[in-house]
Ligand binder design. Structure first.
Ligand SMILES: [Zn+2]
Length: 198
């Protein structure tokens, strides 16, 4: 990594190494915000807080999706905003974000799409792909055209499908369990809530 330039492209191993170096990818036994227990903890914000990391991650994703001819990059707030920004910076196009309003994913703040505008939808982490599909539906309802989907990390285990080409920089296999059916608990190790400093 020492010879990596800011314009460099990251391999999957380098992407994983970057997450691990920043404490953004932990393996063990965790209690997630959702209440589920998991053997993997992912917090992209811990990587993206470093602009020198966010830039090559975005540039690598942009390079993989450059041939889509996208004119705008969209992401769901909040987690995807910096990803969209860095991908858009590398492509020289706009970065927009969607927000939930009354439970529905919307473009707010005066953001708009031209009819047929070629759009990329990006995320930091794809788990089920649910919010990504909501952004895709939002784009289509506004007359835009989704030409690609990108994520820094795919933890869906290959189950997330999209109606456009999907690129992820890294794949991480994670096992999630309900707390009352967690084999890690049964093995006697305590579940840790990441980020809590009590
Ligand atoms: Zn557990």
């Amino acid at each position: 990594m020492s010879d990596m330039t800011t314009a460099g492209r990251l391999t999957e191993a380098e992407t994983i190494a970057l997450y691990e170096k920043r404490g953004a990818l932990l393996r063990g036994h965790f209690r997630l915000t959702s209440g589920l227990h998991s053997d993997v903890y992912l917090q992209s914000a811990l990587v993206l807080q470093h602009p020198e990391d966010a830039e090559p991650l975005g540039a690598t994703l942009a390079a993989a999706l450059e041939d889509t001819g996208a004119r705008v990059v969209l992401a769901p707030a909040i987690g995807g905003i910096l990803v969209a920004h860095e991908v858009a910076r590398a492509l020289g196009v706009r970065a927009l974000f969607t927000e939930r309003e009354g439970g529905e994913m919307r473009l707010r703040r005066g953001f708009a799409l031209s009819p047929g505008e070629r759009c990329l939808v990006v995320e930091d982490v794809i788990t089920t792909g649910g919010s990504t599909r909501e952004v895709i539906a939002c784009v289509e309802s506004l007359g835009g055209r989704v030409v690609g989907v990108g994520a820094l990390v795919d933890r869906s285990g290959g189950t997330a499908g999209f109606p456009a080409r999907f690129v992820a920089l890294a794949r991480v296999t994670a096992r999630n369990y309900p707390p009352d059916g967690c084999p890690l608990c049964a093995a006697g190790t305590p579940a840790v809530k990441p980020g809590s400093r009590t």
